[in-house]
Design a protein around this ligand. Sequence first.
Ligand code: ADP
Ligand code: MG
Length: 259
Amino acid sequence: MDNIRLFAKDIHKSFLSQKQEIIALQDVNLDIKEGEFVSLLGPSGCGKSTFLRLVAGLDTCQEGRLELDGKQITEAGRDRGVVFQQYSLLPWLYAWENVAFALKKEASLNKSEKKEKAFHFLKLVGLDGFEHHYPSQMSGGMQQRVAIARALVYKPSLLLMDEPFGALDAQTRKEMQDLLLRVWEEEKCSVLFVTHDVDEAVYLSDRIYVMSARPGKIAKEIPVNLPRPREWDVQLTKEFIEYKREIILELQEKKSTPA
Ligand code: ADP
Ligand code: MG
């Protein structure tokens, strides 16, 4: 568990907006170990999505080192699976075809092998029997399950999730958190999970990086030593509430400091 999967050192990223420089990320240092579940937690605009897009290879930074398994990240690749808040499924494809679509460039697999893999991952996310449903025939939670299956189908070593449950109702969100924990335990990939929800971050993570905004920085790193596998009622324990307290105080402190 001690091999470093993702390594970020002194990341600096700014945008030019109406001739003004916006510093989205300043001196961001973090790492994720093999098999580790790590959350980036912070208020809206603190640079969480910007960081995730750098790791996904969808954007580049001005300064800093960003490495996956010891190799510099220069572009998007199959070693990373990405899930966004919007499910972004193709509406004219069945659920299984949406998953198999991620394998379209996989020359070593024939059509029936791709289908088999798609079915396997749909089953993993609890969508057994829904393979031939279109996105429009599925609830938001189900569509997000398809998006998770699609991100996992090529066995990425790092799963990137940007507020994946932000559009779901509270009950579905809880179900999806438990589903994600089960899937993660099964797949043993590393996870970088972006959220602004304190409970969600504590419940899911091995470690949390709390960010502050303007400019986006890591304010605090918090290891979460709650036992696994986790069940929802851990959220009622003294230890869980203590983690929440520590994070909320950190977020409040940063807010009251003028930028
Ligand atoms: P978060 O995901 O934490 O809400 P973002 O990473 O989306 O935050 O944004 C961080 C900061 O960078 C914000 O101030 C945002 O307005 C700015 N920003 C993000 N993307 C761009 C862009 N493409 N052009 C200009 N500014 C951007
Ligand atoms: Mg965001």
